[in-house]
Structure formats: structure tokens, C-alpha cells
Design a protein around this ligand. Structure first.
Ligand SMILES: Cc1ncc(C[n+]2csc(CCOP(=O)(O)OP(=O)(O)O)c2C)c(N)n1
Ligand SMILES: [Mg+2]
Length: 595
């Protein structure tokens, strides 16, 4: 049989090093699925339950493997389902290629069934390169460019394939005017600023007496270099959410997460510094950074458009984090005064005690902070942790102690619900030999993560390490938003939008052949984690958690505290029970006594 366009595309992706594709079939893309079947396992296909989940998987695969992620879907609804997952990759700067089917060329423009204007649909999310094929000779350069643009610019790209084109016989473009002759291959360049600019950065950093470092996802491959530079500068370092694994939390000068989900020492570090060194981060909330003019700023980022965006930097360096820090290090003078760092370390040590104290406060029935607090010491050395968007992201950010060599991620820029389970599945394709743990709210389970457990049930036996755990925080509430309504808006909880049904997640797990564990007693939490981590198959650990423990930001303003108090006065349905010990503990430091 002659090679079809579908066969050629699969072969070309293989030549580009693609090993796995996440997706869902349909008649708009069957020409490529037939080719995948004929390719005899050269590229592995992973069947998700929903195309959005396949796109989340592609995004997470890129995050955890360092390679490009690929997802595939049929025309119309399959393609439109991909979009949110693709935005996740787009906002977190991940190289992802989306392949979507389309109606036959002759039908386009005919208000045909499942006909969606896909170039227009993908124009924003895959704006770097979104093209629809109209002839076999075109697909070679469409694949080559989609791959190279995605890898080179760390962007999302899309190839749209009318179903009749997929079945045509493939032929290379002839040698004539108007043809394109492209090739395979991309290697990441070494990106390093000029010495003169490194010297300017060094001058600013050497002059500082109180240096603060902020690391993000761009620093994940530069742990040694960040530590060396921070040690030389006597600096403290805070971590943006996506950079959580960039520095281990057992270093005394690492202040943990920053921002709304962050820690008090990170807040103090930024408010007190005279120099800011930001490495590979697009952390969005400027109010957690120094005030303009307070600090001299140096930023390192691989993407020029991310420079001087959150704080006006004096020195803007385009470079790979590890390479740039390595080049910078010999230019930096060892700080001899340790007072600044000693203060940071003292704040950090006290903060960990505060967190333990908060986690151990009684709650009804389980304090959600205790869930991650108990997990930290039990985390296997090479664990990969994912989190959904919801209150568990607070506990993931704040309470979970990362050790050297672990990985962690979540939907950062998009902060989408529904990402933790597909992320955790993708982690198994990036690193089948590593244990994976997903932290998920019950709302996010109901939204779509539950259905993806079926994907886990389908595939887990082929994973080298069978440890795969999703921990569900069952609080029967869309709790993060409930607290946002109270604290940010000053509104009482709106039961109609916030209450969600109680679902036996652990029993659903058992129904589909996974292990289910249920926990509603604080003292059973540690043993429950132990049982989950030693199980012979994937586990759903369902924990009944208290929705009245507030995931408040570390520096909650008086304005917000007042809004919260107003919500109580206006008659929040939970008024009687709402100020638990934990809430009182946090609020007492903010509210005037007796209010
Ligand atoms: C797709 C999507 N829809 C809505 C939101 C807004 N949102 C953020 S957190 C949250 C509540 C999540 O509830 P749940 O998963 O139960 O976690 P909890 O906060 O209760 O722990 C909502 C609705 C979002 N981030 N993403
Ligand atoms: Mg919930």
C-alpha cells in the first residue's frame, strides 16, 4: 500500500523523536489513527476520556519530560475540547503540538456537520503556528515547522488536517517554483548574555546588602547554580508555584512559596530586601514583590517578553538560568555580613513551627492542612506531585516540603480546575518508574478528574512503578471560591453556587479496580498515607476535610479582614461554626482585639 499522508505524518513525528501522543479518536482524524495503528507501536497512543484532558496531559508531559507534548483530536467538538488544555500549555510556556481533524476540503464553508473554523479557533492559543493542510506536499513542512516553532519558542502549535487529505497518497514536494523543502531537527541553543551585561548584573548584586531571590519554572534545571549564587550573596530565596521543585525546602534560607498561596517569610523577604534577583519566573502578583524603587532588580529569563514585567528591573538578562548563573558566579563577591540571612533563617524556622501548629489544630473532621503536613515526611525521594486548583493548592504550596530531586507542578498560569489527574497520568509517561501523587478537591474530581481515573484503570499495569495516588479533599464545597467570596468580596457563602454533592470517591475507585481508602479521623491520616504509598496499585485516598479552615493569604490586609467580618455579620450560613481555631488563629493577628 502506498504511503498515505497520515502514514507520512506519523513517520515524520517519529523522526522528530515523538514517543507518545495523548488524544481521542473520531472520523475527522481517522486517517492519522489508521496510520498510528500501522506504525506498530513506534509512537504510543494514550487514550484519554476527554480531549481537554489529553491536552493537559500533553502540557504536563512537556513539563515533566522536557520534551514536546503532542495531543490529537477529531474535527469540531474534539478540536474545541482541546482548547483549555492548550491554554494551560500556552500560559506556562510549554511546547505542545495539537493535531486536529477537519471536514473534507470540498465541504469546508458549507455549514457542514462538525465544521468549525479551526484556524480561527486556534489562532490565539496556537498563534505561533496554526495551519490547515490542503495538499499532501504541504504536510512535510507543516509538521517540521509546527515542531520547530513549538520547541524553539516554547509555544503551542496546531496542524489541522481535512480528513480527505489524510487518506491521499503522500509524495514529497516536487522541484519547482512554489514548493517548500524542509527538514527535521532542533537542538536547544546555549543562551547566555554578553559579559558586559553580566558585569552590570554583578555590580548591582554585589552592592546589595539584603538580596532576595525569586525562582520560577525557569530555574527548575538550575538548582545547584541557584544555591551557589544565593550562598555567595547571602540571600534568601522564595519560590513561585511552578518553581516549587527548583529549591529544596530543607535549606534554612528558602522561604517557600510566594503570593496568595505563599508564606509569611517570603512576604517579609520581599518587603525587606534592597536587591531582587528574579530567575525564570512570570509570577504575576506585583504586590508581593518589593515596591517600585525599593530594590535594585536583576532578572534572568529565557523569554525576552517576560523581562521587567512585574518589577522594573535595572538589568534584564536573556539567558538560560543555569548557564547564566554559572557565568555570573565568578563575578560575585562573597558577602561576609550574615545578619540578613540569619534573620531569614529565623523567620523560616518559626514559620515551619507555625505551619505545624496550624496543621495540628482540631477541625471537623480533618484539618486539610494536616493532609499535606502528614504527607511531607512520607514523600518518596523521587516523587512527582501534582495539584489541582482549589484550596489544596494552598496546602500544596505552603505545607508540602520538597526535597532535592522531587518534581511538582500544576496548572499555573491558567490555574484551571481539572488538571491534577491528567497531569499525574502524564507524569507516568515521562517517568514510569517514579511514584506520583495528585492532590485534588472534590469539585475538581467531579468536574473531570474522576473520569480520568478510568484512564488510570486502563493503563496502570504497564507502569514500571505502580504507586499512583490521588488524594481527594472531600469538603462538599467549592471551598477556595467560598473563601474568596467571603474575604475578597465581603459576601457570605452563596450555597447555591458553592455546595456540591457528597460522592464516595474511594468507592468509585474500588468499582473500577483501583484501591480506595477513606479517612475521616485525624490520627488515621498518617497510616492512610502509609497504606496508600505501599499499595500494589493506584489509590484514591479520600479525606473528609473541614471547609471552615480558611486558605487565607499570608499577609491578608485589614480591608480583607474587614470584608470577612462583614460577611459574618451579613449572615453567612456557617456563622456559628465558621471561626474555627485555625481561623481565629490567623485572624487574631490582623483584627483589632475584641472585634
Ligand atoms: C475550570 C475552572 N473553573 C472554575 C474555576 C474557579 N475555581 C477555582 S478553585 C474553585 C473551587 C474548587 O473546588 P474544589 O475542587 O472542591 O476544591 P476546594 O477549594 O473545595 O478544596 C473554583 C470554582 C477554575 N479555577 N477553573
Ligand atoms: Mg471542595
Amino acid at each position: 500500500m502506498a504511503q498515505t499522508v497520515g502514514d507520512f505524518i506519523v513517520e515524520r513525528l517519529h523522526a522528530w523523536g515523538v514517543k507518545v501522543i495523548f488524544g481521542y479518536p473520531g472520523d475527522g482524524i481517522n486517517g492519522v489513527f489508521g496510520a498510528l495503528a500501522r506504525a506498530d507501536g513506534k509512537i504510543k497512543f494514550i487514550q484519554a476520556r476527554h480531549e481537554e484532558m489529553a491536552a493537559f496531559m500533553a502540557s504536563a508531559y512537556a513539563k515533566f519530560s522536557g520534551h514536546l507534548g503532542v495531543c490529537i483530536a477529531t474535527s469540531g467538538p474534539g478540536a474545541s475540547h482541546l482548547v483549555t488544555g492548550l491554554y494551560d500549555a500556552r500560559l506556562d510556556h510549554m511546547p505542545v503540538l495539537a493535531i486536529a481533524g477537519q471536514q473534507a476540503r470540498a465541504a469546508l464553508g458549507g455549514h457542514y456537520q462538525q465544521e468549525v473554523d479551526l484556524p480561527a479557533l486556534f489562532k490565539d492559543v496556537a498563534g505561533a503556528f496554526a495551519q490547515q493542510a490542503s495538499a499532501p506536499a504541504q504536510v512535510r513542512h507543516l509538521v517540521d515547522r509546527a515542531m520547530r516553532v513549538a520547541l524553539g519558542e516554547r509555544r503551542v502549535t496546531a496542524i489541522i488536517l481535512p480528513n480527505d487529505v489524510q487518506k491521499l497518497e503522500y509524495a514529497d514536494p516536487g522541484r519547482m517554483h512554489g514548493t517548500v523543502h524542509s527538514g527535521v531537527g532542533f537542538t536547544r541553543p546555549k543562551t547566555l548574555p554578553y559579559e558586559v551585561d553580566l558585569l552590570r548584573a554583578a555590580e548591582a548584586l554585589n552592592a546589595g546588602k539584603k538580596v532576595a531571590v525569586l525562582v520560577g519554572a525557569g530555574a527548575l534545571g538550575a538548582t545547584d547554580e541557584v544555591i551557589a549564587v544565593a550562598d555567595r550573596l547571602g540571600a534568601g530565596a522564595a519560590k513561585a508555584l511552578l518553581g516549587k521543585a527548583a529549591l529544596p525546602d530543607d535549606l534554612p534560607w528558602v522561604t517557600g512559596s510566594i503570593g496568595l498561596l505563599g508564606t509569611e517569610p517570603s512576604f517579609d523577604l520581599m518587603m525587606g530586601c534592597d536587591t531582587l534577583l528574579m530567575i525564570g519566573s512570570g509570577f504575576p502578583y506585583s504586590e508581593f514583590l518589593p515596591q517600585e524603587g525599593q530594590a535594585r532588580g536583576v532578572q534572568i529569563d529565557i523569554a525576552p517578553d517576560m523581562l521587567s514585567l512585574r518589577y522594573p528591573m535595572e538589568v534584564n538578562l536573556v539567558g538560560d538560568a543555569a548557564e547564566t548563573l554559572r557565568a555570573l558566579l565568578p563575578m560575585l563577591k562573597q558577602k561576609s555580613d550574615t545578619a540578613w540571612r540569619d534573620t531569614i533563617a529565623k523567620n523560616v524556622a518559626e514559620w515551619w513551627e507555625t505551619l505545624e501548629d496550624r496543621a495540628m489544630q482540631p477541625a471537623s473532621p480533618i484539618n486539610p492542612q494536616r493532609v499535606t503536613w502528614e504527607l511531607s515526611p512520607r514523600l518518596p525521594a523521587n516523587a512527582i506531585v501534582t495539584s489541582d486548583s482549589g484550596s489544596c493548592a494552598n496546602w500544596f504550596a505552603r505545607d508540602l516540603k520538597m526535597k532535592r530531586g522531587m518534581m511538582a507542578s500544576l496548572s499555573g498560569g491558567l490555574a484551571s480546575m481539572g488538571a491534577a489527574v491528567p497531569y499525574a497520568i502524564a507524569a507516568k509517561y515521562a517517568h514510569p518508574d517514579r511514584p506520583v501523587i495528585a492532590l485534588v478537591g472534590d469539585g475538581a474530581m467531579q468536574m473531570n478528574n474522576m473520569a480520568e481515573l478510568i484512564t488510570v484503570a486502563k493503563y496502570w499495569r504497564e507502569w514500571a512503578d505502580h504507586r499512583w495516588i490521588v488524594c481527594v479533599f472531600n469538603n462538599e464545597d467549592l471551598n477556595q471560591v467560598t473563601w474568596e467570596q467571603r474575604v475578597m468580596e465581603g459576601d457570605p457563602k452563596f450555597d447555591a453556587s458553592q455546595d456540591i454533592p457528597n460522592v464516595p470517591y474511594h468507592r468509585f475507585a474500588e468499582l473500577i479496580g483501583l484501591k480506595g481508602i477513606f479517612c475521616d479521623r485525624p490520627d488515621a491520616l498518617g497510616p492512610a498515607w502509609d497504606e496508600a504509598l505501599s499499595a500494589d496499585r493506584p489509590v484514591v485516598l479520600e479525606v473528609k476535610t473541614d471547609p471552615e479552615v480558611p486558605p487565607l493569604p499570608p499577609h491578608i490586609t485589614l480591608k480583607q479582614a474587614k470584608a470577612f467580618a462583614e460577611a459574618l455579620i451579613k449572615g453567612d450560613p456557617r456563622e456559628g461554626s465558621v471561626i474555627t481555631n485555625t481561623a481565629r488563629q490567623v485572624l487574631s493577628s490582623l483584627m483589632p482585639a475584641g472585634k
